[in-house]
Design a protein around this ligand. Sequence first.
Ligand code: CA
Length: 223
Amino acid sequence: MRLLVVEDEKKVASFIKKGLEEEGYAVDLASDGETGLSMALDRIHDLVILDLNLPKMDGLSILKQMRDQKTSTPVLLLTVRASIEDRVLGLDTGADDYLPKPFAFQELLARVRALLRRQADAQPPYLQIADLRLDPAQRVVYRGEQKIDLTPKEFALLDYFMRNQDRVLTRTMITEHVWDYNFDTETNVIDVYVNYLRKKIDTDRDSKLIHTVRGVGYVMKVD
Ligand code: CA
């Protein structure tokens, strides 16, 4: 996930960037409105965190131009103007949410997560990589024409891999997403399950999708 933060106050910008990076997001910064708009229009970000008061171009104008140019990236507005009129104007212009300054980082994070989740829900109903296809609603998996039967744990593991294609997943990340936080990571259960999954989706296939990253974990990608 890659986020764009458009904020001219250096302290606030670096506070947000640092906090989000610690949560595993990639973060780009723009410190004035014109730069922010041109980066937002590149459409490479999953979310834009946009300050209202900016040099060169204000946040609302950026937002309006983004929406006029059919850039549908979710936008979270940061505002010190807490009046109802301003919030309504922001939402009417096409913001997805807003957060009044000053804010607690945890609240920003919760709103970021909610917006990203909403965006993910709006995406195609199945996950796909190469000829492997997973339907989360029907809980079925196909590789090519062949249906693949998975246990619930294998299914959860594959779902996590497929939502994070091309991203190296450490055993800790896998544990936290697929097992629970109290799970004993010293055991080799993760490796055992990854191998079960590999046997079902990769064995006897020309192109392997799950790859070991030595000393780190695993990555799902097309070779
Ligand atoms: Ca500002």
